[in-house]
Design a protein. Structure first.
Length: 186
């Protein structure tokens, strides 16, 4: 009988080895499979992210490699597809430019796939997306002087990873007539 105020299931969990009950049986691959499947049900992960999680759980490198190789073989882990999807999603939803996308991919352990994932994005696409970001933000800046709008819009594009030359060109194009009028009055 458990003592009052203590949770018997918590005691059982505390007595388990760090790898869980499967590792006690000498099956680190079972632990690796369970960890990877649990993580992959939450969201797509890179091989590097899964390897890091397995290392934190104390799964031996050879067992982790065998499980990750098998997952890649059956298509559960596909770094190239993940990199392409992530780059397209971040560009479309957050408006990130190529340098910011490359940093995001490297952060997720997809450094080897950066070039292929960003190959589909050309300069014209980037300029169009920058123009869309500027147009969307201009609505909220409508009551401000053109020079303030210009500074804030260029800063927005800089935070998204757009090169300074492109940012200034897109903002100048969007605010063109307003900036000219403001310059004449000053």
């Amino acid at each position: 009988m458990a003592r009052q105020g203590r949770n018997p299931s918590a005691e059982a969990v505390a007595d388990e080895p760090p790898g869980g009950p499967e590792q006690e049986l000498g099956e680190p691959e079972a632990v690796a499979r369970a960890v990877c499947l649990r993580l992959l049900t939450q969201r797509a992960r890179s091989r590097a992210e899964l390897a890091s999680a397995l290392a934190k759980r104390g799964v031996p490198d050879d067992a982790a490699t065998r499980v990750l190789d098998r997952f890649a073989e059956v298509g559960l882990v596909d770094d190239a597809a993940l990199a392409s999807r992530l780059a397209e999603t971040q560009r479309r939803e957050r408006g990130l430019a190529r340098p910011a996308l490359a940093a995001k991919l490297r952060q997720r352990g997809l450094g080897e796939q950066v070039d292929s994932a960003l190959a589909a994005i050309d300069g014209a696409d980037e300029r169009v997306r920058a123009g869309e970001l500027v147009a969307g933000r201009r609505r909220t800046l409508a009551g401000l002087p053109p020079d303030v709008q210009s500074r804030r819009l260029v800063a927005l594009l800089a935070r998204k990873g757009y090169p300074a030359g492109l940012a200034y060109a897109v903002v100048r194009e969007a605010l063109g007539a307003e900036l000219d009028l403001f310059a004449q009055r000053s």
